[in-house]
Write a protein that binds this ligand. Sequence first.
Ligand code: CS2
Ligand code: MG
Length: 412
Amino acid sequence: MKIDLADVIVTSPDRNFVTLKLTTSDGHVGLGDATVNGRELAVVSYLSDHVVPLLIGSDPMRIEDTWQFLYRSAYWRRGPITMAAIAAVDMALWDIKGKAAGMPVYQLLGGASRTGLLAYGHASGKELPELLDSVQEHIELGYRAIRIQSGVPNLKSIYGIASQGADHGDAELRYDHEPARRGEKPVEEDWDTRAYLTHLPGIFEAVRGEFGATLPLLHDAHHRLTPIQAARLGKDLEPYDLFWLEDCTPAENQEALRLVRQHTTTPLAIGEVFNTVWDFKDLIRDQLIDYVRGAVTHMGGITALKKTLEYAAMYQVKSGMHGPTDISPVGMAAAMHLGLAIHNFGIQEYMPHGARTDQVFQQTFTWREGLLHPGDELGLGVSLNVDEAGRYPYERAYLPYNRLADGTVHDW
Ligand code: CS2
Ligand code: MG
């Protein structure tokens, strides 16, 4: 069996997606997600101009060798664009191998270690009443764990608030699901750490008051705090027993989490912007985090994330794979297959995709009683309707960025 065709398909049903479609001499088709939000075309070029010529005529069954070849022969390693390109090839090869072997990918990865994947949903509100309604709504949708994002007084726009879509002139848009704005320039937002740190503990007190002590609650600080501010927030939230506090501080400097860990027992999740095991190495070895947020699409594929999670298992650190709508249905399927097979599964992020996206990508996963399951179709279990994809050409879009009151650029 040889790879005969390699197509890089860009479509923008509800948002931009980049998908690699490999076709073999035996007629097997493999799909891989290569979507990097706001920088999609960079991966398209990396794949089309540099990787595709290397795949044609190669043996699709050699997944590990192909991974090592693409990672080492490039000479220039790591980074979001390179690792998303390698991830797409890797996912497509696992998809092909599952179809050739006549089984779903999770069976190739060692079989199911659980009946389904606990997943969390995204409740949010500019004000408390809206937030409490959103929590109730997600409980009724079957979520057994819920992320809490709240507006902050005097801040116009903040990450993670669904209803802010209307403020950006698109009432249909769930801003927490899709923060990237179509347009020629990124949207500027405002940020004030003191206002946020003062406001958030009261929000969790109210949510616990309303929904009790046992509902698993998560929060995403979205990289905006210094290590000592993150330490303070973690401590202030301890009484509300969070499932996790996510991306509490930018973690290029992995040492930063040591200061946070010294001051709080609130569980910490990090890594959605990471691309290799090296970004996690010290954080895992020194027990500075509890959940690995890496996504299959951004961590170099199933092959690489599986190794990172096996390393994490040695330190009892669990998976918490990134699963926003900018991870395509193919990337989500890959996350579910890996999550079903590994032992140290923690939780899966789950943001349902839009109706147009569901027309372009036919998926077979199930959502039942708060658990996801990838389904038992062969391979990854996702197919791409190329004609439907062709109806939605790429549209430039950017993630917002932050400026402080004095005009300083700040982490978004
Ligand atoms: C977020 C994402 O889901 C999350 O945890 O951090 O929504 C993130 O903002 C987007 O994926 C960026 O593209
Ligand atoms: Mg996040």
